[in-house]
Design a protein around this ligand. Structure first.
Ligand code: ADP
Length: 525
């Protein structure tokens, strides 16, 4: 029951009969005493006598509020050693205010109350024992204080840790960069192969150490809540291709190809943090290359365009060792690796994916993995980015041209074919030299010969196809694809119209074939 309701009910009760007032008072959840306009007690409920511990015989109906207050003051109900008459005078003034709130301590119990003036000029006084609420409040205040100081301590410790890490990693990185730089110089000039091998070990170890220090610094920055994401226009395709070129040039295993596929219908320019997106790509593609011994790694950018932005899904699929199901969640935690032999065999500190998870979550995205041991893994993250204005790369019109693509890595052919078809070309894809040669010969003898051929120049037996011995008359231009890791120069370069390095860049491919025009039908050989 609200205070207003009590007042109304009590006022009404007086008019409609004392029985109603008694009923109300006895059912009220607290001590209530009612005074007339001269501040003489009219009525009080049982709870009033119990709570105030005032002798009912001396201070029953007719007793004045002043006498009651004086009695309580003398008993120490407003505090020990108070000036009794001053307290009485104070309270006599206060009680005349409408809605006066007060608190007092009675034998260690906290009593809270308020008074209200009735329409006839009297006063209703309600009081309650609030000792338990007070104690809970005190406990809460103490707890909040404790929590506050624990939080302050933790924040200070975290800040100190981050500052220490930032300082240490700076102190470690400076000399380390010196070691790496000098080793690179020495390695470039070394003529003695043993010395070169030793220097390369120093270099590799230096780079590995640098990567770990960078990861530790990044993680501490993230944990200290100091990860600030930029929102600037950037060219996503350029970032993707640069990462692929950088990591592709470091592939030492000749049996592994890195392939990039960027959905040709997607825009290139977005608003976001290019550095952090690049970091994600480097981590995921770097891992995929590290854990793949043969086959390929496909960096695939796909998405759905909607109202000025794209829901992007960037996935990195590999044909590597795979990850057991029971480790697939844990690897996104820091210092977690799938299997205990991982550090020994592959190096790393288990921080890269934890950083990736934090970065993607900071971009309000999602990251996950699907994997099968022995078959490979697919790591993917999805983020929504707004489109930005930027210089668009020219797209040549290849309508009416016909192309033959030959590569034993289907993902590579598919990515190229998709791009060329997007430019209007008609494309055939084949994964082996004999069939490719047969197709080329057949087409040359038909109404629709190939206007250009793109082939992996390291495939065994490809020379004959490249030389054009199978066609009489003018052979179509042949573009060679090569990998840095193949380690050998391309034989018979003069056979090729152009030689492109894998992973292929869109611009390199389109420049190589951009000038091609549909040919008139070749003469039958
Ligand atoms: P690390 O620096 O150890 O590679 P990460 O956090 O990047 O740390 O990866 C954690 C672990 O997840 C790796 O040690 C490895 O066991 C597993 N892992 C990550 N990527 C792959 C992948 N493409 N194929 C197989 N295992 C992977």
């Amino acid at each position: 029951m609200t205070k207003g309701q009590v007042e109304q009910t009590v006022a009404g009760g007086r008019d409609s009969g004392i029985a109603d007032v008694d009923y109300l008072l006895s059912h009220f959840p607290g001590a209530v005493s009612v005074y007339d306009a001269d501040l003489k007690l009219i009525a009080a409920n049982e709870q009033h006598w119990e709570l105030t511990e005032i002798p009912r015989a001396d201070f029953g109906p007719g007793a004045t509020y002043e006498d009651i207050v004086r009695y309580i003051a003398k008993r120490g109900g407003y505090g020990e050693d108070v000036d009794v008459e001053a307290t009485v005078a104070e309270r006599m003034l206060a009680v005349r205010q409408d809605h006066w709130k007060f608190e007092r301590v009675q034998r260690g119990r906290h009593i809270a109350g308020y008074t209200a003036t009735t329409p006839s000029g009297g006063v209703i006084c309600c009081q309650q024992d609030v000792t338990e609420e007070k104690e809970t409040e005190q406990r809460l205040i103490a707890l909040t204080k404790e929590l506050g100081s624990a939080r302050d301590l933790a924040e200070a410790a975290n800040k100190a840790k981050s500052e220490f890490l930032a300082m240490m990693s700076h102190e470690i990185r400076t000399p380390l960069n010196g070691i790496i730089g000098m080793s690179e110089l020495l390695s470039a000039r070394a003529t003695d192969s043993t010395q070169k091998t030793h220097l390369d070990v120093i270099l590799k170890s230096g780079h590995a150490l640098l990567a770990i220090i960078n990861d530790v610094l990044d993680l501490s920055r993230i944990e200290a809540g100091r990860l600030d994401l930029q929102a600037r226009p950037f060219n996503l395709r350029a970032e993707v291709e640069e990462v692929a070129t950088l990591l592709g040039s470091r592939i030492e295993k000749s049996d592994v190809d890195l392939v990039v596929r960027y959905n040709p219908s997607l825009p290139d320019w977005y608003v976001g943090d290019a550095t952090r997106i690049r970091q994600l790509l480097v981590n995921l593609v770097g891992n995929a290359l590290k854990f793949t011994h043969e086959g390929h790694v496909l960096l695939d950018v796909d998405g759905a365009v909607e109202n000025g932005r794209t829901s992007l899904t960037v996935s990195v699929r590999d044909t590597g060792i795979g990850i057991p199901e029971e480790h697939q969640n844990a690897i996104f935690e820091r210092f977690e690796q799938a299997g205990s032999g991982s550090t020994r065999r592959y190096g790393g500190a288990g921080l890269g994916l934890a950083i990736c998870r934090h970065l993607v979550e900071a971009m309000q995205g999602k990251i996950d993995v699907e994997s099968e041991v022995g078959k490979g893994s697919r790591f993917w993250f999805s983020v929504r980015l707004n489109h930005a204005e930027g210089e668009a790369e020219a797209t040549p019109d290849l309508t009416g041209t016909r192309a033959l693509l030959l590569d034993d890595i289907a993902a590579n052919c598919d990515a190229m074919a998709e791009l060329l078809r997007h430019c209007g070309a008609e494309v055939d894809v084949i994964d082996n030299v004999p069939e490719a040669t047969a197709l080329a010969m057949f087409a040359a003898a038909s109404e629709r010969p190939y206007d250009f051929i793109i082939l992996d120049c390291h495939l065994p037996g490809v020379e004959a196809l490249a030389s054009g011995a199978w066609v009489r008359g003018r052979r179509p231009p042949v573009v060679a694809l090569s990998t840095a890791a193949a380690g050998k120069p391309v034989d018979g370069m003069d056979r090729y119209a152009a030689c492109l390095l894998k992973p292929l860049r869109r611009s390199a491919l389109l420049t190589a074939v951009g000038g091609v025009r549909p040919r008139t039908p070749a003469r039958v050989a």
